[in-house]
Design a protein around this ligand. Sequence first.
Ligand code: FE2
Length: 444
Amino acid sequence: MNSHQLSGLTAEGLRTFVAEQLTRSRARTVQLTDSVDTDDLVRQHSRLMSPLVWDYAHIGNQEELWLVRDVGGREPVRQDIDELYDAFKHARADRPALPLLGPDEARAYVSEVRDKVFDVLDHVRFDGRELVDNAFAFGMIVQHEQQHDETMLATHQLREGVPVLDAPPPPPGRRLPSAEVLVPGGEFLMGTSTEPWALDNERPAHPVRVAPYFIDTVPVTNGDYLAFVDAGGYDDERWWSPNGWAHRQKASLVAPRFWQQTPEGWFRTRFAHREALPLDEPVMHVCFYEAEAYAAWAGKRLPTEAEWEMAARFDLATGRTRRFPWGDENPGPQHANLGQRHLRPAPVGAYPAGASPLGVEQLVGDVWEWTSSDFTPYPDFRAWPYDEYSLVFFGPDYKVLRGGSFGADEIVARSTFRNWDYPIRRQIFAGFRCARDPRPEELG
Ligand SMILES: [Fe+2]
Protein backbone atom coordinates (compact mmCIF):
# COMPACT_ATOMS: atom_id res chain seq x y z
CA MET A 1 0.00 0.00 0.00
CA ASN A 2 1.17 3.37 -1.02
CA SER A 3 0.07 6.54 0.75
CA HIS A 4 0.00 8.22 -2.68
CA GLN A 5 -2.84 5.86 -3.65
CA LEU A 6 -5.01 6.64 -0.62
CA SER A 7 -7.43 8.62 -2.73
CA GLY A 8 -8.24 5.45 -4.68
CA LEU A 9 -9.21 3.49 -1.57
CA THR A 10 -12.65 2.61 -0.30
CA ALA A 11 -13.48 3.80 3.21
CA GLU A 12 -12.76 0.26 4.44
CA GLY A 13 -9.39 0.20 2.70
CA LEU A 14 -8.54 3.56 4.22
CA ARG A 15 -9.53 2.35 7.71
CA THR A 16 -7.29 -0.69 7.35
CA PHE A 17 -4.35 1.38 6.15
CA VAL A 18 -4.74 3.93 8.98
CA ALA A 19 -5.04 1.16 11.59
CA GLU A 20 -1.82 -0.45 10.32
CA GLN A 21 0.04 2.85 10.47
CA LEU A 22 -1.22 3.66 13.98
CA THR A 23 -0.18 0.22 15.20
CA ARG A 24 3.24 0.41 13.56
CA SER A 25 4.10 3.79 15.07
CA ARG A 26 2.89 2.72 18.51
CA ALA A 27 5.05 -0.41 18.42
CA ARG A 28 8.07 1.82 17.90
CA THR A 29 7.08 4.23 20.69
CA VAL A 30 6.67 1.30 23.06
CA GLN A 31 10.02 -0.15 22.09
CA LEU A 32 11.80 3.16 22.68
CA THR A 33 10.20 3.64 26.09
CA ASP A 34 10.10 0.03 27.36
CA SER A 35 13.82 -0.40 26.63
CA VAL A 36 14.82 1.85 29.56
CA ASP A 37 13.95 1.84 33.26
CA THR A 38 11.73 4.31 35.11
CA ASP A 39 14.64 6.52 36.08
CA ASP A 40 15.73 6.84 32.45
CA LEU A 41 12.17 7.64 31.40
CA VAL A 42 11.72 10.57 33.76
CA ARG A 43 15.28 11.92 33.69
CA GLN A 44 16.34 14.71 31.37
CA HIS A 45 19.30 13.33 29.41
CA SER A 46 20.12 16.72 27.90
CA ARG A 47 18.71 20.23 28.23
CA LEU A 48 18.04 20.01 24.50
CA MET A 49 15.55 17.22 24.97
CA SER A 50 12.40 16.44 26.90
CA PRO A 51 12.30 13.52 29.31
CA LEU A 52 11.13 10.47 27.33
CA VAL A 53 8.00 10.32 29.47
CA TRP A 54 7.06 13.84 28.28
CA ASP A 55 7.26 12.80 24.61
CA TYR A 56 5.25 9.71 25.42
CA ALA A 57 2.29 11.49 27.02
CA HIS A 58 2.55 14.37 24.50
CA ILE A 59 2.06 11.84 21.67
CA GLY A 60 -1.13 10.70 23.39
CA ASN A 61 -2.29 14.25 24.09
CA GLN A 62 -1.94 15.37 20.44
CA GLU A 63 -3.79 12.23 19.41
CA GLU A 64 -6.55 13.04 21.87
CA LEU A 65 -6.86 16.67 20.74
CA TRP A 66 -7.09 15.92 17.02
CA LEU A 67 -8.64 12.48 16.72
CA VAL A 68 -10.75 11.97 19.86
CA ARG A 69 -12.02 15.53 20.37
CA ASP A 70 -11.86 17.20 16.93
CA VAL A 71 -12.46 14.40 14.41
CA GLY A 72 -14.45 12.20 16.81
CA GLY A 73 -16.34 14.97 18.62
CA ARG A 74 -15.94 12.97 21.85
CA GLU A 75 -15.60 14.12 25.43
CA PRO A 76 -12.06 14.91 26.60
CA VAL A 77 -10.10 12.11 28.28
CA ARG A 78 -7.77 14.36 30.30
CA GLN A 79 -8.40 18.02 29.54
CA ASP A 80 -6.51 18.88 32.73
CA ILE A 81 -3.16 17.93 31.20
CA ASP A 82 -3.45 19.76 27.85
CA GLU A 83 -1.38 22.67 29.08
CA LEU A 84 1.45 20.45 30.39
CA TYR A 85 1.94 18.81 27.01
CA ASP A 86 1.59 21.90 24.86
CA ALA A 87 5.03 22.17 23.23
CA PHE A 88 4.56 25.93 22.81
CA LYS A 89 3.89 26.60 26.49
CA HIS A 90 7.00 24.98 27.97
CA ALA A 91 10.54 24.91 26.56
CA ARG A 92 12.21 21.51 26.59
CA ALA A 93 14.62 22.57 29.33
CA ASP A 94 11.71 23.39 31.65
CA ARG A 95 9.69 20.23 31.10
CA PRO A 96 11.29 18.05 33.82
CA ALA A 97 10.06 20.50 36.49
CA LEU A 98 6.41 20.13 35.42
CA PRO A 99 3.99 17.87 37.31
CA LEU A 100 4.11 15.35 34.48
CA LEU A 101 2.31 12.03 34.39
CA GLY A 102 4.56 9.28 35.68
CA PRO A 103 5.43 6.34 33.41
CA ASP A 104 2.52 4.12 34.52
CA GLU A 105 0.02 6.97 34.33
CA ALA A 106 1.34 7.99 30.91
CA ARG A 107 1.02 4.43 29.61
CA ALA A 108 -2.54 4.15 30.88
CA TYR A 109 -3.43 7.53 29.35
CA VAL A 110 -2.02 6.87 25.88
CA SER A 111 -3.66 3.47 25.66
CA GLU A 112 -7.02 4.86 26.76
CA VAL A 113 -6.72 7.50 24.03
CA ARG A 114 -5.75 4.87 21.47
CA ASP A 115 -8.76 2.71 22.31
CA LYS A 116 -11.03 5.69 21.69
CA VAL A 117 -9.22 6.50 18.45
CA PHE A 118 -9.86 3.01 17.11
CA ASP A 119 -13.52 3.51 17.94
CA VAL A 120 -13.54 6.88 16.16
CA LEU A 121 -11.82 5.24 13.18
CA ASP A 122 -14.53 2.57 13.02
CA HIS A 123 -17.24 5.19 12.70
CA VAL A 124 -15.66 8.14 10.89
CA ARG A 125 -16.79 9.10 7.39
CA PHE A 126 -13.87 10.32 5.32
CA ASP A 127 -15.78 13.15 3.73
CA GLY A 128 -17.56 16.36 4.48
CA ARG A 129 -14.58 17.95 6.22
CA GLU A 130 -11.17 18.78 4.79
CA LEU A 131 -9.58 17.48 7.99
CA VAL A 132 -10.70 13.93 7.24
CA ASP A 133 -10.31 13.88 3.43
CA ASN A 134 -8.04 10.91 2.70
CA ALA A 135 -7.86 10.47 6.50
CA PHE A 136 -5.51 13.47 6.69
CA ALA A 137 -5.87 14.06 10.45
CA PHE A 138 -4.99 10.41 11.09
CA GLY A 139 -2.00 10.73 8.77
CA MET A 140 -0.88 13.88 10.56
CA ILE A 141 -1.06 12.11 13.94
CA VAL A 142 0.78 9.02 12.67
CA GLN A 143 3.54 11.27 11.34
CA HIS A 144 3.59 13.24 14.58
CA GLU A 145 4.19 10.03 16.56
CA GLN A 146 6.88 8.86 14.13
CA GLN A 147 8.62 12.24 14.34
CA HIS A 148 8.61 12.06 18.12
CA ASP A 149 9.98 8.53 17.82
CA GLU A 150 12.94 9.97 15.96
CA THR A 151 13.28 12.66 18.63
CA MET A 152 13.19 9.96 21.32
CA LEU A 153 15.87 8.08 19.41
CA ALA A 154 17.99 11.25 19.57
CA THR A 155 17.38 11.28 23.33
CA HIS A 156 18.64 7.69 23.43
CA GLN A 157 21.78 8.87 21.65
CA LEU A 158 22.34 11.49 24.39
CA ARG A 159 21.62 9.02 27.17
CA GLU A 160 24.59 7.64 29.09
CA GLY A 161 24.75 4.14 30.53
CA VAL A 162 24.69 0.61 29.23
CA PRO A 163 23.50 0.02 25.66
CA VAL A 164 19.79 -0.85 25.42
CA LEU A 165 19.12 -0.58 21.69
CA ASP A 166 20.44 -2.87 19.02
CA ALA A 167 19.73 -3.60 15.37
CA PRO A 168 21.32 -5.54 12.52
CA PRO A 169 24.00 -3.77 10.47
CA PRO A 170 23.06 -2.00 7.21
CA PRO A 171 24.04 -3.48 3.82
CA PRO A 172 27.69 -3.11 2.74
CA GLY A 173 28.89 -0.11 0.74
CA ARG A 174 30.48 -0.17 -2.70
CA ARG A 175 32.79 1.95 -4.79
CA LEU A 176 30.88 4.61 -6.65
CA PRO A 177 31.28 5.31 -10.36
CA SER A 178 31.78 9.03 -9.72
CA ALA A 179 32.04 11.46 -6.82
CA GLU A 180 29.67 14.06 -8.25
CA VAL A 181 27.19 14.50 -11.09
CA LEU A 182 26.17 17.47 -13.20
CA VAL A 183 22.52 18.41 -12.96
CA PRO A 184 21.80 20.43 -16.11
CA GLY A 185 19.25 22.63 -14.35
CA GLY A 186 16.10 24.03 -15.90
CA GLU A 187 12.57 24.19 -14.60
CA PHE A 188 11.05 21.48 -12.43
CA LEU A 189 7.98 21.06 -10.27
CA MET A 190 8.93 21.41 -6.59
CA GLY A 191 6.68 20.48 -3.64
CA THR A 192 3.42 18.61 -3.96
CA SER A 193 -0.29 19.15 -4.38
CA THR A 194 -1.10 15.45 -4.64
CA GLU A 195 0.48 13.59 -1.71
CA PRO A 196 -2.57 13.14 0.54
CA TRP A 197 -0.60 13.20 3.80
CA ALA A 198 1.87 15.94 2.85
CA LEU A 199 1.98 18.71 5.44
CA ASP A 200 1.22 22.36 4.76
CA ASN A 201 4.82 23.49 4.21
CA GLU A 202 5.33 20.96 1.37
CA ARG A 203 2.45 22.46 -0.60
CA PRO A 204 1.63 23.45 -3.26
CA ALA A 205 3.56 22.05 -6.23
CA HIS A 206 5.11 24.99 -8.05
CA PRO A 207 7.60 25.46 -10.90
CA VAL A 208 11.15 26.43 -9.91
CA ARG A 209 13.99 27.33 -12.26
CA VAL A 210 17.44 26.12 -11.22
CA ALA A 211 20.81 26.93 -12.82
CA PRO A 212 23.13 24.00 -13.69
CA TYR A 213 25.08 22.62 -10.72
CA PHE A 214 27.17 19.70 -9.58
CA ILE A 215 26.02 17.66 -6.61
CA ASP A 216 27.90 14.94 -4.72
CA THR A 217 26.80 11.41 -5.54
CA VAL A 218 26.66 10.50 -1.83
CA PRO A 219 26.79 12.32 1.52
CA VAL A 220 30.15 13.44 2.93
CA THR A 221 31.66 10.54 4.90
CA ASN A 222 33.39 10.39 8.27
CA GLY A 223 36.63 9.76 6.36
CA ASP A 224 36.12 12.85 4.19
CA TYR A 225 35.26 14.92 7.23
CA LEU A 226 38.24 13.63 9.21
CA ALA A 227 40.51 15.03 6.48
CA PHE A 228 39.02 18.47 7.22
CA VAL A 229 39.60 17.98 10.96
CA ASP A 230 43.18 16.77 10.35
CA ALA A 231 43.86 19.71 8.02
CA GLY A 232 43.10 22.10 10.89
CA GLY A 233 39.74 23.12 9.48
CA TYR A 234 38.35 23.96 12.92
CA ASP A 235 41.17 26.44 13.53
CA ASP A 236 41.03 28.22 10.19
CA GLU A 237 38.58 31.09 10.13
CA ARG A 238 38.72 31.24 6.32
CA TRP A 239 36.36 28.30 5.94
CA TRP A 240 33.71 29.55 8.35
CA SER A 241 30.96 32.11 7.86
CA PRO A 242 31.04 34.95 10.43
CA ASN A 243 28.16 33.40 12.38
CA GLY A 244 29.71 29.97 12.03
CA TRP A 245 33.09 31.10 13.32
CA ALA A 246 31.52 32.93 16.27
CA HIS A 247 29.64 29.77 17.19
CA ARG A 248 32.66 27.53 16.68
CA GLN A 249 34.58 29.75 19.15
CA LYS A 250 31.81 30.05 21.69
CA ALA A 251 30.94 26.35 21.69
CA SER A 252 34.61 25.26 21.39
CA LEU A 253 33.82 22.91 18.52
CA VAL A 254 36.72 20.65 17.49
CA ALA A 255 35.01 17.67 15.82
CA PRO A 256 31.50 16.29 15.28
CA ARG A 257 29.52 15.57 18.41
CA PHE A 258 30.06 12.06 19.84
CA TRP A 259 33.55 11.74 18.28
CA GLN A 260 36.50 11.11 20.62
CA GLN A 261 40.18 11.29 19.77
CA THR A 262 42.30 8.66 21.55
CA PRO A 263 45.89 7.39 21.22
CA GLU A 264 44.35 4.50 19.27
CA GLY A 265 42.64 6.81 16.79
CA TRP A 266 39.18 8.30 16.47
CA PHE A 267 36.18 6.65 18.10
CA ARG A 268 32.52 7.52 18.21
CA THR A 269 29.70 6.73 20.59
CA ARG A 270 26.46 5.43 19.07
CA PHE A 271 23.58 4.56 21.40
CA ALA A 272 26.06 3.87 24.22
CA HIS A 273 28.25 1.63 22.04
CA ARG A 274 31.81 2.94 21.66
CA GLU A 275 33.31 1.98 18.31
CA ALA A 276 36.14 2.89 15.94
CA LEU A 277 35.01 5.69 13.63
CA PRO A 278 33.66 3.98 10.47
CA LEU A 279 35.28 5.99 7.69
CA ASP A 280 32.87 5.05 4.92
CA GLU A 281 29.64 6.07 6.70
CA PRO A 282 28.05 9.49 6.18
CA VAL A 283 29.21 11.92 8.85
CA MET A 284 26.49 12.94 11.32
CA HIS A 285 26.00 15.08 14.41
CA VAL A 286 27.47 18.11 12.68
CA CYS A 287 25.73 21.46 12.80
CA PHE A 288 24.91 23.60 9.77
CA TYR A 289 27.98 25.78 10.41
CA GLU A 290 30.31 22.78 10.40
CA ALA A 291 28.75 21.52 7.17
CA GLU A 292 29.16 24.95 5.62
CA ALA A 293 32.83 25.17 6.70
CA TYR A 294 33.66 21.71 5.37
CA ALA A 295 32.08 22.58 2.02
CA ALA A 296 34.10 25.79 1.76
CA TRP A 297 37.31 23.92 2.60
CA ALA A 298 36.48 21.36 -0.12
CA GLY A 299 36.00 24.17 -2.67
CA LYS A 300 32.27 23.56 -2.73
CA ARG A 301 29.09 24.75 -1.01
CA LEU A 302 25.90 23.28 0.40
CA PRO A 303 23.05 22.71 -2.08
CA THR A 304 19.99 24.91 -1.89
CA GLU A 305 16.78 23.17 -0.97
CA ALA A 306 15.59 23.41 -4.61
CA GLU A 307 18.85 21.87 -5.85
CA TRP A 308 18.47 19.02 -3.36
CA GLU A 309 14.89 18.33 -4.41
CA MET A 310 15.64 18.56 -8.12
CA ALA A 311 18.47 16.02 -7.72
CA ALA A 312 16.12 13.77 -5.76
CA ARG A 313 13.00 13.95 -7.92
CA PHE A 314 13.56 15.31 -11.41
CA ASP A 315 13.69 12.83 -14.28
CA LEU A 316 15.50 14.52 -17.14
CA ALA A 317 14.37 11.90 -19.66
CA THR A 318 10.66 12.56 -19.15
CA GLY A 319 10.73 16.06 -17.64
CA ARG A 320 8.58 14.69 -14.83
CA THR A 321 9.04 15.12 -11.08
CA ARG A 322 8.96 11.72 -9.37
CA ARG A 323 7.90 10.90 -5.82
CA PHE A 324 11.30 9.45 -4.89
CA PRO A 325 14.77 9.26 -6.47
CA TRP A 326 14.12 5.69 -7.66
CA GLY A 327 10.61 6.34 -8.97
CA ASP A 328 7.09 6.49 -7.59
CA GLU A 329 7.23 3.32 -5.49
CA ASN A 330 7.23 3.71 -1.68
CA PRO A 331 10.62 3.14 0.00
CA GLY A 332 11.55 -0.50 0.51
CA PRO A 333 14.55 -1.94 2.37
CA GLN A 334 16.42 -2.09 -0.95
CA HIS A 335 15.99 1.65 -1.60
CA ALA A 336 16.87 3.47 1.57
CA ASN A 337 17.99 3.17 5.18
CA LEU A 338 14.87 4.30 7.03
CA GLY A 339 12.66 3.32 9.94
CA GLN A 340 15.26 2.60 12.66
CA ARG A 341 15.89 -0.68 10.86
CA HIS A 342 19.65 -0.32 11.31
CA LEU A 343 20.28 2.38 13.96
CA ARG A 344 23.19 3.84 12.00
CA PRO A 345 23.80 5.34 8.57
CA ALA A 346 24.81 2.81 5.91
CA PRO A 347 28.23 3.03 4.25
CA VAL A 348 28.18 5.01 1.02
CA GLY A 349 27.22 2.95 -2.00
CA ALA A 350 24.97 0.64 0.04
CA TYR A 351 21.80 1.50 -1.91
CA PRO A 352 22.35 1.29 -5.68
CA ALA A 353 18.62 0.55 -6.10
CA GLY A 354 17.85 3.91 -4.49
CA ALA A 355 19.78 5.96 -7.07
CA SER A 356 18.14 8.87 -8.89
CA PRO A 357 18.06 8.89 -12.72
CA LEU A 358 21.28 10.95 -12.71
CA GLY A 359 22.99 8.55 -10.30
CA VAL A 360 22.71 10.47 -7.02
CA GLU A 361 22.46 8.05 -4.08
CA GLN A 362 21.33 7.93 -0.46
CA LEU A 363 19.29 11.13 -0.79
CA VAL A 364 16.54 9.49 1.25
CA GLY A 365 17.45 7.84 4.56
CA ASP A 366 20.82 7.53 6.37
CA VAL A 367 21.21 11.16 7.51
CA TRP A 368 19.17 14.34 7.24
CA GLU A 369 21.05 16.67 4.91
CA TRP A 370 21.62 20.32 5.73
CA THR A 371 20.80 22.67 2.85
CA SER A 372 21.84 26.31 2.51
CA SER A 373 18.20 27.44 2.52
CA ASP A 374 16.24 29.21 5.21
CA PHE A 375 12.85 27.72 6.07
CA THR A 376 10.41 29.83 4.02
CA PRO A 377 6.90 29.27 2.67
CA TYR A 378 6.34 28.17 -0.92
CA PRO A 379 4.34 30.55 -3.16
CA ASP A 380 0.61 30.34 -2.27
CA PHE A 381 1.36 28.63 1.05
CA ARG A 382 -1.70 28.13 3.26
CA ALA A 383 -1.25 27.39 6.97
CA TRP A 384 -3.22 24.23 7.68
CA PRO A 385 -4.60 22.80 9.86
CA TYR A 386 -2.96 25.11 12.43
CA ASP A 387 -0.46 28.00 12.39
CA GLU A 388 1.90 26.33 14.85
CA TYR A 389 2.71 23.52 12.46
CA SER A 390 4.91 25.60 10.13
CA LEU A 391 3.88 29.23 9.88
CA VAL A 392 5.38 30.38 13.16
CA PHE A 393 8.78 28.89 12.23
CA PHE A 394 9.26 30.53 8.83
CA GLY A 395 12.16 32.95 8.60
CA PRO A 396 15.93 33.19 8.80
CA ASP A 397 16.33 31.47 12.19
CA TYR A 398 15.98 27.95 10.78
CA LYS A 399 17.80 26.03 8.07
CA VAL A 400 16.07 23.33 6.04
CA LEU A 401 17.18 19.70 6.20
CA ARG A 402 16.06 17.14 3.64
CA GLY A 403 15.81 13.45 3.01
CA GLY A 404 15.17 11.79 6.37
CA SER A 405 17.60 9.76 8.46
CA PHE A 406 17.90 6.12 9.49
CA GLY A 407 15.74 7.19 12.44
CA ALA A 408 12.90 8.57 10.28
CA ASP A 409 9.97 6.47 9.16
CA GLU A 410 8.98 6.00 5.54
CA ILE A 411 5.58 7.56 6.26
CA VAL A 412 7.48 10.80 7.01
CA ALA A 413 10.47 10.63 4.62
CA ARG A 414 8.73 11.81 1.46
CA SER A 415 11.07 13.50 -1.01
CA THR A 416 8.98 16.64 -0.49
CA PHE A 417 9.24 16.55 3.34
CA ARG A 418 10.92 19.61 4.87
CA ASN A 419 12.62 19.44 8.23
CA TRP A 420 14.05 22.54 9.87
CA ASP A 421 16.29 23.31 12.80
CA TYR A 422 18.62 25.90 14.28
CA PRO A 423 22.00 26.04 12.51
CA ILE A 424 23.81 25.17 15.77
CA ARG A 425 21.99 21.88 16.43
CA ARG A 426 24.06 18.67 16.50
CA GLN A 427 22.02 16.10 18.43
CA ILE A 428 19.84 15.35 15.39
CA PHE A 429 20.88 12.66 12.89
CA ALA A 430 22.11 15.23 10.39
CA GLY A 431 24.93 15.23 7.87
CA PHE A 432 25.19 16.80 4.44
CA ARG A 433 26.42 16.52 0.88
CA CYS A 434 28.12 19.23 -1.15
CA ALA A 435 27.25 20.97 -4.39
CA ARG A 436 29.14 23.44 -6.55
CA ASP A 437 28.73 25.72 -9.53
CA PRO A 438 30.12 24.34 -12.79
CA ARG A 439 33.16 25.99 -14.35
CA PRO A 440 32.42 27.41 -17.82
CA GLU A 441 34.41 24.66 -19.59
CA GLU A 442 32.39 21.99 -17.76
CA LEU A 443 29.18 23.15 -19.41
CA GLY A 444 30.44 22.67 -22.95
FE1 FE2 B 1 4.88 17.31 19.05
